[in-house]
Structure formats: structure tokens, C-alpha cells
Ligand binder design. Structure first.
Ligand SMILES: *Cc1c(COP(=O)(O)O)cnc(C)c1O
Length: 222
């Protein structure tokens, strides 16, 4: 299957999920996660009409950025080590994995413009999942008010790997509720309108639950 064919199928599924939930397809942005593929396949992604690309490691991102540069909107979706911030922060548009103050401090120091960030939240009990505990979220975002290089555009989560749809849905509903709580505070540095949730195996559920950015790897390029 070509990326183009995969994308057509995915778009159809997004459209159906939007219909089921009374949403508009324009409100859902597909971020193609190209972390497992090289430059050729990444070009194929862009040619299929997707302009948002996601990478999770500096080593994967930088070589692609060098050749593609401004032809894509770049999302950094992986956990980011503090010492690696300086190498990528001025090349990306969105960071999906803000999860600690020490990372915010380093971004504040290194960024030459304001970075659009998603704060990552842990919505399941899986030991391995990164992110803030839900009860840590509000104080964390309030603390970010003093960082003028950080703009909190939304929240991000990863649901557990399970075939239990209800368990996945519960995570996405929790993220949506938290997003609404933050948005209601109407903080200039944290409009928090966006929800980055949904991957290849659960994006239809995520769209039904309000995702505005879905991060798709395997199903597009796998
Ligand atoms: C790899 C990755 C994805 C994409 O996963 P697929 O299951 O291949 O769609 C999405 N989000 C994050 C944070 C990832 O690391």
C-alpha cells in the first residue's frame, strides 16, 4: 500500500468518526509520525498532502529537517532530554511532551521564539507512560505563566495498549475534561484548546472523543 492509499483510508475513517460525534473534519489535523522511516518515505508523506510531521528523537528529526525544512510543520512528540533541547527547539513548531519544569526552564533559555506546547498527561496507570499526574496539571500550567517562550496550546496523552475500547475511551475523556478545566481558567499563556490524542490503533476513538491532533505512524507509513 502506498502512503497515499493509506491516507485515503484514514481520512475516510476520520470522516466517519466525525459524523458519529457531530464534529467537523477540518478540526482534526493528522500528524504523520515518520520516526521509523527515511527521507524517501517522508517525501511520499508530504506528496500525499500531509504537511504535519512528527518525530520523537533528535537523531531522526535533524537529518529530515535539513532536507525538508520549511516544507513541513514539525512536531516533536517524544520525551525530550533537557540537554538536547538546544539542538532542536528552534527548528520545531510544536512540542507534544512538556512534562516538567526543568524542561520548561531549558526551553525558556534556548528558544528564540514562543514554542507551542502540549502538556503531556498520564491518563492511565501504565508504569511506562510519561506525563504529569492529572492532579499535578493545574499547578504546573499556572507555574508556566512566567515562561514567555512557552505557549500551552493543549494537552497530550497516550492511551494504554489494550483491546479494551472502553479503557481507551476513558483516558481520552479524562484528557478532554482536563483540557476544558484549563481552558476555563482563560490564562493568556495557556489557551489550551487542542487535544493531541490517538495513534494508529485508537485514532477513531480519539476523534469521537474530541482529538484535534492525531499522531499516526504505522497506519500511514508502516
Ligand atoms: C510512535 C508514536 C506515535 C505513532 O504510533 P503508531 O502506533 O505507529 O501510530 C504516536 N505518538 C507517539 C508519542 C509516538 O511515540
Amino acid at each position: 500500500m502506498t502512503v497515499q492509499e493509506n491516507y485515503m483510508r484514514v481520512k475516510q475513517n476520520i470522516e466517519e468518526a466525525c459524523k458519529r460525534s457531530g464534529r467537523s473534519i477540518e478540526d482534526v489535523t493528522v500528524v504523520a509520525v515518520t520516526k521509523t522511516v527515511g527521507i524517501e518515505k517522508t517525501r511520499e508523506v508530504l506528496a500525499s498532502g500531509i504537511e504535519h510531521l512528527g518525530e520523537n528523537r533528535n537523531e531522526g528529526f535533524l537529518p529530515k529537517y535539513e532536507v525538508i525544512g520549511a516544507d513541513a510543520v514539525w512536531h516533536f512528540i517524544g520525551s525530550l532530554q533537557t540537554r538536547k533541547v538546544k539542538d532542536i527547539i528552534n527548528q520545531i513548531h510544536y512540542l507534544h511532551s512538556l512534562d516538567r519544569i526543568s524542561l520548561a526552564q531549558e526551553i525558556q533559555k534556548r528558544a528564540e521564539h514562543c514554542i507551542s506546547c502540549f502538556v503531556q498527561v498520564k491518563t492511565s496507570n501504565e508504569e511506562t507512560k510519561q506525563g504529569l499526574e492529572p492532579n499535578e496539571l493545574l499547578p504546573f500550567i499556572q507555574e508556566l505563566a512566567s515562561f514567555d517562550h512557552i505557549h500551552v496550546v493543549g494537552l497530550m496523552t497516550m492511551a494504554p495498549h489494550t483491546s479494551d475500547e472502553e479503557e481507551i475511551r476513558t483516558c481520552f475523556q479524562m484528557l478532554k475534561k482536563l483540557q476544558q478545566d484549563v481552558q476555563a481558567l482563560d490564562m493568556p499563556h495557556a489557551p489550551c484548546r487542542e487535544l493531541s490524542m490517538g495513534m494508529s490503533n485508537d485514532y477513531a476513538i480519539a476523534v469521537e472523543e474530541g482529538a484535534t491532533y492525531i499522531r499516526l505512524g504505522t497506519i500511514l507509513v508502516g
